[in-house]
Design a protein around this ligand. Sequence first.
Ligand code: NAD
Length: 311
Amino acid sequence: MPSVKVLITDPINEILIKTLKEKGAEVDYRPEIERKELLDIIENYQVLVVRSRTKVDKDVIERGKNLKIVARAGIGLDNIDTDETDKRGIKVVYAPGASTDSAVELTIGLMIAAARKMHAAMNLAKSGIFKKLEGVELAGKTIGIIGYGRIGTKVGIIANAMGMRVLAYDVVDIREKAEKLNAKAVTLDELVKESDVISLHVTVGKNAKPILDRDKFEKMKNNVIIVNTSRAVSVDGKALLEYIKSGKILAYATDVFWNEPPKEEWELELLKHERVIVTPHIGAQTKEAQQRVAEITLQNLLAAMKELGMI
Ligand code: NAD
């Protein structure tokens, strides 16, 4: 039987390359391949492995006439056109949940940084100005969690341990889970009206509309802190800028931007605003999460290859 041909087009943990070779696959590791060349050669491969740089869109999938599996070494499928892979019967594997703890810890870090103005205080201190900026305490405040899945649930548990009251909203029924975890399942409007901190943890589909829009900003308390480590499109960015500027929103602490890096004028204005705290999408960037992503993707990829009789 001829060996399976695997193309890897993003930088990847070497455990994946090593194990695939041990299983008899012919692996071409091309982490910097340009799109044009990818389109030219993709038909020679049965398996394509990517992280986030490579866009596996309709063109790539159509040209990949022999593709059977696309593996994304990551926790989501934003860069894969899953409608097209489904249409062509191509299996897609990835590693959902592999970076949950890392994303939870970053969320809590951003929330505390916003409440205590840590970014501004640090900048002042580093420039030799030891000015004491006053923040707000989180114990006793209410956090509203939008999207009560893997990450949202854990953020709630930690916030609760910090003395916060936890409200949660999801599109699926979370009442039983919330009750067990000392949280209260509420409607989106209730959450928005009652929260001092709002943290977003939803998964979003392709044409998702913002969950936090002008109407929701209007209903929020004054001095609310918004934390977003999920996806930027869940927030109406232009409206957010207005409410940040008006002072109604105390801080927007985010790991995600609409364009990464930001390029629209309103995005750049948000980016530079002193009450906007930004990390450059590092939610999953820990040694442990990256290792787990590689291991889980590999397990899922090998299972799919076995199922298709490739190994
Ligand atoms: P999950 O699937 O476990 O949970 C998502 C929850 O959101 C689900 O319970 C779902 O029902 C709910 N949901 C979907 N649409 C909703 C809506 N419109 N309103 C309310 N709830 C809605 O996902 P997760 O693993 O907890 O990840 C959450 C988000 O965090 C994802 O968007 C993921 O891509 C992102 N994430 C980001 C990083 C990062 O690097 N910043 C790292 C890991 C995960």
